[in-house]
Design a protein around this ligand. Sequence first.
Ligand code: GMT
Length: 377
Amino acid sequence: MKIGILLYPTFGGSGVMATELGKVLAQRGFEVHFISYNIPARLTHFHGNVFFHEVSVKSYPLFDYVPYETILASKIVDIVLRQNLDILHAHYAIPHASAAIMAKMILKEKGIDIPLVTTLHGTDITLVGRNPTYKPVVEYSINNSEAVTAVSESLKSDTKSIFNIKNEIDVIYNFVHVDESEKLKDDDFRISIAPNGERILVHSSNFRKVKRIEDVLKVFNEVNKQLPSKLVIIGDGPERDAIEDLCQKLQLCNSIIFLGRQEAVYEILANCDLFLLTSETESFGLAALEAMACGTPVVSTNAGGIPEVNKDGYSGFLLPVGDVKGMADKALYILSSDERLKQFSNNALKHAKEFSIDKAIDGYCKIYNRAIASKNK
Ligand code: GMT
């Protein structure tokens, strides 16, 4: 089967998942065509059966804003015709599903009826998509896709309550690679970050307001008062300056290490003791699952789909959004005993295995076949 995957090429969860999915599909014999304005961040090596098509964004003096969606729709038409694609899979409704809908209409006039599968990732529904500026287009795109998937039950239910949805939404959880964590243990990392044997807490995100990174610092501050610790922060984004200012204000700069964007995220996560996820809303929380897959337990908020990923009292703990004291207490509970930390680490790894690649791929393959069959009726 030849599939066109439309995605954001950045380190955001939707782009990461779309790239990982494409790589595994390619291993299983699919011909995968990634279509985006840049090479996907997680496409770091050569993979057989994988092709990348760059959407080149050309400006014109008349445009204050380049019409990316129009350029993308034209590119999709071009690639479907040239490569003879069987199916399109859009990750994130805006603008991927909507551009694909436009491409489908153009292709239909040429006698090609290509099916579209749209995967909703979260902010395309909960933050951006529900905004009246986008809502009618997002709703139309969902209702005119041959199949729609959401990455959690929570996101499915949000989508149904925000929009007037006429078709089925299947839930396919995000997946994770779990076989590598032991191989990634690295004493040099621990010594360089925590030379005096401190515990290492970690957070990874794109530094957007929704992540409430100020709470990560506040939780860490409480933990550090009682148990000498270090905090590693992976990622970058709009809130970075504000967070670095807060770090200074709390006089924590000697204990917090900002690593910026990193490719080898698993290597870092596998050598930390506890992951903090303080988000206001999160449809799934892929960052938490990646930590768990590295044997790192998670203290998180209970927002959105996070409870479907992090099991309270088992792989970590869930607390209400903004409950800094509660999160700090639970972090201290896990970190203050070697035995307990080991138990939570084992549980986290075990629970991460539930989110297997095989389950997700089987789910997507069924949906691709169903979408294609709907065209042959
Ligand atoms: O929130 C992010 O960091 C990025 C965002 C995205 O669209 O790339 O992530 C969303 O999709 C991820 C993958 O499915 C989910 O794990 C995240 O929970 C979701 N983010 C939100 O809902 C805020």
